[in-house]
Design a protein around this ligand. Structure first.
Ligand code: NAD
Ligand code: UFG
Length: 340
């Protein structure tokens, strides 16, 4: 089976490409490196010892998509390409709507044209908005995300639903990720945002290696057991494996539209993640408690039971694995920069 992976050089995409190659899928990647580095391609080859096809280009551009579909018979698509920074999306909403929506529309138009109607889409827990349930289950009505990035995910889910209504020969799976962290065991690839990180784990890593001075934990007066926010962290390798299960299902079903939460089902507080990181990596992190970050919800946790029931998928890696693997990655990065 030949799978087109849009955004396959990014954090989740690169880990998923490795799983695809290791499961004997043939892979074609398209990426424009707007948020990734070219050397990821070599690293995927080193890790898997397998070949794949790469096109450098913008998924918003129908002409390169048509070239890819003309040159290859593609059985299905995993669509990761998009911008993802919540704060940046508030500052530059047009850039977010343009990239995330255009990329999806161009892709779907081209897939339609070439009669390739199987797609897995990277959605997010953000589509639940500020739902009050203790655990988010797929049947909860979608909410309103607090930022343009989240809204693009909601709109794309709506587009996919409308597409399926208009043409039920499509097979569409929307995966709602919770908080992916960690990295591949090789330490070669991982989450490496440029500039000052917004997300918790990349920030912890920069503090751990001395590149940033102090982690601020945003708020310790929430209505949670230790006062800090709770999230459902998922190891990126578990997340990548979820895509293989979703693809397997896509090729076994005639057609259909599905939504699955990909999370562990276990809530972890910010303080817990910090103390676990210190313990498993045997170090002390410089941190302090600060003001709440605007827009943060106190408690976000998945109910992942549908993915277990229908995809036979559940997380296998622990919070300890996430903290160890993430730290291993940043140390390898530092060492390779020193060695350059
Ligand atoms: P990432 O930024 O690391 O990867 C996205 C990749 O897509 C990058 O390599 C980037 O260069 C590429 N890209 C972006 N726009 C493109 C375009 N128009 N044409 C070609 N390439 C383009 O992000 P990620 O963390 O790997 O996330 C992948 C997907 O999962 C995104 O859609 C994101 O919104 C979604 N998601 C991520 C998280 C998270 O916390 N990381 C959570 C929920 C959902
Ligand atoms: N946090 C800190 N200090 C930091 C960074 C984060 O205390 O320096 C806290 C946040 O307040 C939050 C938790 O760590 O309580 C996790 O924050 P992240 O920024 O890592 O992740 P979010 O849960 O805010 O957002 C993530 C993705 C979004 C996605 C959302 C869906 O980054 O793309 O999950 O729930 F939309």
């Amino acid at each position: 089976m030949k799978i087109l992976v849009t955004g396959g050089c990014g954090y989740i995409g690169s880990h998923t490409v490795i799983e695809l190659l290791e499961n004997n899928y043939e892979v074609i990647i398209i990426d424009n490196f707007s948020n990734s580095k070219r050397d990821v391609l070599d690293k995927i080859k080193i890790i898997t010892n397998k070949n794949f096809i790469f096109y450098e280009g913008d998924v918003c551009d129908n002409s390169i998509l048509e070239k890819i579909f003309s040159e290859n018979f593609i059985d299905g698509v995993i669509h990761f390409a998009g911008f993802k920074a919540v704060g940046e999306s508030v500052e530059k909403p047009l850039m977010y709507y343009r990239n995330n929506l255009d990329a999806t529309l161009s892709l779907l138009e081209t897939m339609n044209k070439f009669n390739c109607k199987k797609i897995v889409f990277s959605s997010s827990a953000t589509v639940y908005g500020d739902a009050k349930e203790a655990k988010f289950v797929e049947t909860i009505k979608k909410g309103t995300p607090s930022n343009p990035y989240g809204k693009t995910k909601t709109v794309i889910e709506d587009i996919l639903e409308d597409l399926y209504t208009s043409d039920p020969t499509w097979s569409i799976t929307m995966l709602r990720y919770f908080n992916p962290v960690g990295s591949h065991a090789s330490g070669l690839i991982g989450d490496d945002p440029s500039g000052i990180p917004n997300n918790l784990m990349p920030y912890i890593l920069r503090v751990a290696v001395g590149e940033l001075e102090c982690l601020t934990i945003f708020g310790n007066d929430y209505d949670t057991p230790d006062g800090t926010c709770i999230r459902d962290y998922i190891h990126v390798v578990d997340l990548a494996k979820g895509h293989i299960k979703a693809l397997d299902q896509l090729f076994n079903l005639e057609s259909g539209i599905k939504i699955y939460n990909l999370g562990s089902g276990k809530g972890v507080s910010v303080t817990e993640i910090v103390t676990t990181f210190e313990r498993v990596n045997n170090l002390k992190l410089n941190y302090r408690y600060g003001e709440r970050r605007s827009g943060d919800l106190p408690n976000i946790c998945a109910d992942p039971s549908l993915a277990l029931k229908e995809l036979n998928w559940k997380t296998e890696k622990t919070l300890e694995d996430m903290c160890k693997d993430a730290y291993n990655f940043i140390q390898m990065q530092k060492n390779s920069i020193k060695g350059d």
